[in-house]
Design a protein around this ligand. Structure first.
Ligand code: 2YC
Length: 273
């Protein structure tokens, strides 16, 4: 999983309105609408003001990313939730959230990032929700992905989940990765997903793409009018790429907003087991 840097997240909170305006102009959806569509949820099924959301800084591994937990908090607040960053970090922070009776606790180390619903006792994970969020964006811009060829670039955690969810939605999915073995592992796990062994050749032929790869995509390999829904970090598309294609990207908001809505929704779907 690609780790964000402070540079990736430092301006997220102040740029939420700009991102929302961009999403409305390209997908016709606001951040919260897209997050609901990601999980197939009705926006008004969740009363965000009734939810207290704790975000716990985690110092393990490579440590905290400055402004990461504040950005996550501000995304929750943007959608109407009552959110805060705990004063303490790690286990003490978790205990603080429990003491404060948080309805949802979000925390991320270098490998996992979850939104735990304390009432429903269920969690939403960042990789699945990021895949769903970017599929919702692609679906919105393309009109639908049902019956359409979609190329997934990158067979990692987000890319493999994107293949799974796109196939379930009725898209015709092809996966490509510089490590061909990873592509075949995904195709084996999700029968019906095709493998393109040459990523550049596949990209040159693609009109609809989920780019879940950190690799650079040269603009001359992008088709005119392509729609590229791109969770991949680092994001290295240049001006020429933006002039040819509709490219949707942000480093954290689409995935986190989908996580938060998914986790909150668990309180309303009677999924307590
Ligand atoms: O500040 C903190 O609490 C850090 N422990 C957060 C580390 C997040 C590491 N994960 C990532 O940077 C990426 C994000 C896009 C979300 C999932 N992985």
């Amino acid at each position: 999983m690609t780790r964000l840097t402070h540079d990736d997240v430092k301006d997220i909170s102040e740029n939420l309105q700009d991102l929302e305006d961009f999403l409305v102009n390209t997908t016709g959806r606001k951040i919260k609408n897209l997050a609901c569509e990601a999980g197939g949820m009705w926006e008004h099924a969740v009363r965000p003001e009734a939810f207290s959301v704790a975000v716990v800084p985690v110092t393990s591994g490579l440590g905290v990313i400055s402004k990461f937990t504040e950005s996550v908090r501000d995304i929750a607040i943007w959608m109407g939730f009552d959110a805060y960053v705990t004063d303490a970090t790690d286990i003490a922070g978790f205990a603080e959230a429990v003491e404060k009776k948080a309805d949802m606790i979000l925390m991320a180390d270098d490998d996992e990032f979850v939104a735990y619903n304390t009432e429903a006792r269920k969690q939403a994970d960042n990789s699945s929700c990021t895949a769903k969020g970017y599929i919702a964006a692609l679906n919105a811009v393309a009109g639908t992905v049902i019956g359409k060829e979609v190329l997934v670039v990158g067979a990692g955690r987000v890319g493999s989940r994107a293949c799974q969810f796109l196939k379930a939605k009725g898209a015709k999915v092809t996966v490509t990765d510089i490590d061909v073995a990873k592509s075949y592992a995904v195709a084996e796990r999700y029968p019906g997903v095709k493998v393109a062994e040459d990523p550049v050749e596949a990209i040159r032929a693609a009109d609809l793409m989920i780019n879940a790869s950190p690799a650079h995509i040269d603009s001359e390999n992008i088709r005119d009018g392509a729609i590229i829904s791109s969770p991949g970090v680092p994001h290295t598309f240049d001006e020429a790429a933006y002039s040819k294609a509709t490219i949707i990207h942000d480093p954290l908001v689409v995935g986190v907003s989908a996580m938060i809505m998914q986790s909150a929704f668990y309180s309303y779907t009677g999924c307590r087991r």
